[in-house]
Design a binder for this molecule. Structure first.
Ligand code: ZN
Length: 350
């Protein structure tokens, strides 16, 4: 695994956690206690990770396989785009193998200033940016489980000191009752909503301080919204393809990946009108988000020879509406149980 990327992820996680501590002190001072985050990237190829609380130590563990999987995927996608451009430039039929080591240079103008770029370097920083979006999303989702009280509520219910929340869909939720599974699905939805809210704030921040924070040539500040949606949509496509979790059923702890994505997309688009930005920016970011998500699907289908089409999958599925309403309705009940354990204001907390 790329050492720089690993350090980058660790720093991101630390800053999110520190930021949340300040937030708790300001908004829920009565809920704040001195705590520490132990974040670990475990050398393990399996696609998983977990979160748990152990008294005043909060733990998040993510397997290196998760990070490698997405980084490799994004590199592959960008390489394919580069090969398409090279084929046009060279105007000669070449195999992808022959194109692998080649890159192209170009010039773009930013505010009238010419900037020379090398596609290889641009693609590598883009793959890292996409990977950062995904890993930040995954980790923030886990921080949501910790700070919104999910881990401690589950630990108290199971009467164990600690309770692990697995990062991904697990096939062996069979021993769980339908009621427990509904509780878990509802908390998963809450963690997704938390991660979406926080990552949209991060994207806005990158947009406003683009030149210092992003520094990718050939990218304009508004494109950051496109790439965010591209990254997160890709994450859920990779999950859907891997776990084949299309079916809705009463014992599921996570909603299917496509349903989760639609709910995340809706949350992201609903957040835009609330930001202190111009109407033109709101409209533009909305378009960028939808475009990024759509193109992520097209690219995924091209590379994997699949036919994913989230709107068709969801539109044809009556279960989606039933399960979505069920978790939304159940949130009221979960919220009352979580109040004792949450350190942050909960969604719709009156
Ligand atoms: Zn989760």
């Amino acid at each position: 695994m790329d050492k720089l990327l690993e350090t980058d992820i660790i720093n991101h996680v630390k800053s999110i956690y520190d930021y949340m501590q300040v937030y708790i002190k300001n908004y829920k001072p009565e809920k704040w206690y001195k705590s520490q985050l132990e974040f670990k990237i475990k050398k393990d190829k399996e696609i998983n990770g977990k979160a748990w609380c152990d008294n005043d130590i909060d733990h998040i563990e993510i397997n290196s396989g998760v990070i490698d999987l997405y980084y490799d995927y994004f590199s592959k996608i960008l390489e394919q785009d580069k090969n398409t451009i090279l084929k046009i430039l060279i105007n000669k039929e070449l195999e992808d193998d022959e194109l692998k080591e080649m890159s192209y240079e170009g010039i773009i103008y930013k505010k009238g200033i010419p900037i020379i770029y090398d596609s290889k370097l641009v693609d590598d920083s883009k793959a890292k940016l996409l990977e950062i979006f995904v890993s930040r999303f995954i980790v923030t989702h886990e921080i949501g489980h910790i700070l919104n009280g999910h881990c401690k509520l589950l630990a108290s219910k199971s009467q164990k000191e600690t309770h692990f929340i697995p990062m991904y869909y697990t096939a062996n939720s069979g021993s769980m009752s339908s009621q427990e599974a509904l509780d878990r699905r509802t908390m998963e939805m809450d963690a997704d909503a938390f991660a979406t809210t926080q990552s949209m704030l991060h994207v806005l921040y990158l947009y406003s301080d683009f030149d210092r924070q992003v520094k990718i040539k050939m990218m304009e500040p508004k494109d950051i919204f496109y790439w965010w949606a591209f990254a997160i949509r890709s994450h859920f496509l990779v999950c859907q393809d891997r776990f084949v979790d299309n079916r809705f059923h009463k014992k599921m702890t996570h909603l299917p990946s496509n349903a989760r994505w639609i709910m995340i997309l809706t949350t992201a688009l609903d957040l835009l009108p609330q930001y202190n930005i111009t109407d033109q920016e709101k409209k533009c970011f909305r378009e960028k988000i939808i475009q990024g998500a759509t193109e992520a699907e097209i690219k995924f289908n091209n590379i994997k020879f699949t036919k994913y089409d989230v709107f068709n999958e969801i539109a044809e599925n009556k279960d989606f509406e039933t399960y979505r309403s069920e978790v939304n309705y159940h949130w009221e009940r979960m919220k009352s149980l979580l109040l004792e354990y949450s350190r942050l204001p909960l969604f719709n907390e009156s």
